[in-house]
Design a protein around this ligand. Structure first.
Ligand code: ADP
Ligand code: ZN
Length: 245
């Protein structure tokens, strides 16, 4: 990992030190964590603060679904059941995303890799770009907390905004505050499917954790209500850690 000088680099009042928010950082961060662990939220905050691209394979698939592309149609078969989309399809999609311009300073990868095959191919892809995974952030939330969280989730049909019927309800039940769209429970947020997603996650989680632990770049963050840490807290903790390196 290394810091890069950018135009917006500014020294602070005393003219000595600077923070990375002003500085920019060049790195690839991989997010590990179960569905519903809040890794999407953590990823977005970190990416924005560190000026990195935020790449979510789940979002990329959903975009394809919405645009009814061939890729989207193929992916839907797996997504609706909470299964993983085959490695070959997923890796190809990620590879072309990494070639886009906004990735030049690195990225926060949210939802990729999910299998060891994907992890190895990511290492190869980045290697080919003269880069590497600099940090794997594992967000650890107890499964029972996750099940409850996802069960309470509702999405807007219009703008995809997400609500929690307990912690973040819309002003009017069933209706989006932002666009007036209808709120619904996504197919993959239904309890049976959530359970399957967690099962699928558990199956590959350990080998991914091992992969990055062996590389010496694993950072473990406990999160969730039981430890009193929100996604925001985790993001700030990680940023402090990066700054201290
Ligand atoms: P979650 O992390 O909550 O499961 P995502 O939005 O990350 O949700 O992903 C939604 C779905 O997209 C997954 O259930 C899976 O079917 C598919 N998907 C996303 N990323 C990958 C990946 N790296 N490999 C295979 N399938 C993926
Ligand atoms: Zn909406």
């Amino acid at each position: 990992m290394f810091y890069v000088e950018r135009n917006f680099m500014k020294f602070n009042d005393v003219g000595r030190s600077f923070s990375f928010v002003q500085m920019g950082v060049e790195m690839y961060i991989v997010l590990l964590g179960a569905p519903g662990s809040g890794k999407g939220t953590v990823g977005k905050i970190i990416a924005e603060d560190l000026k990195l691209a935020h790449i979510s394979t789940g979002d990329l698939f959903r975009e394809n679904l919405k645009n009814e592309t061939e890729l989207g149609k193929e992916a839907k078969k797996y997504m609706d059941k909470g299964e993983l989309v085959p490695d070959e399809v997923t890796i190809k999609m990620l590879k072309s995303r990494l070639e886009e311009n906004d990735v030049e300073n690195g990225a926060v990868l949210d939802g990729f890799p999910r299998t060891e095959v994907q992890a190895k191919s990511l290492d190869e892809m980045l290697n080919g770009m003269g880069a590497k995974v600099d940090m794997a952030l594992n967000i650890d939330v107890p499964f029972d907390e996750i099940v409850e969280r996802i069960a309470n989730r509702r999405s807007c049909k219009g703008c995809s905004e997400i609500y929690n019927v307990v912690f973040n309800p819309p002003k009017q039940e069933g209706i989006c505050d932002k666009c007036g769209g209808e709120l619904y429970q996504r197919e993959d947020q239904k309890p049976e499917v959530v359970e399957n997603r967690l099962k699928v996650y558990s199956k590959s989680a350990q080998e991914l954790i091992n992969h990055y632990e062996n590389a010496g770049i694993l950072y473990d963050a406990k999160a969730g209500d039981s430890v009193g840490k929100t996604s925001y807290d985790v993001a700030k903790e990680v940023e402090e850690y990066i700054k201290s390196k």
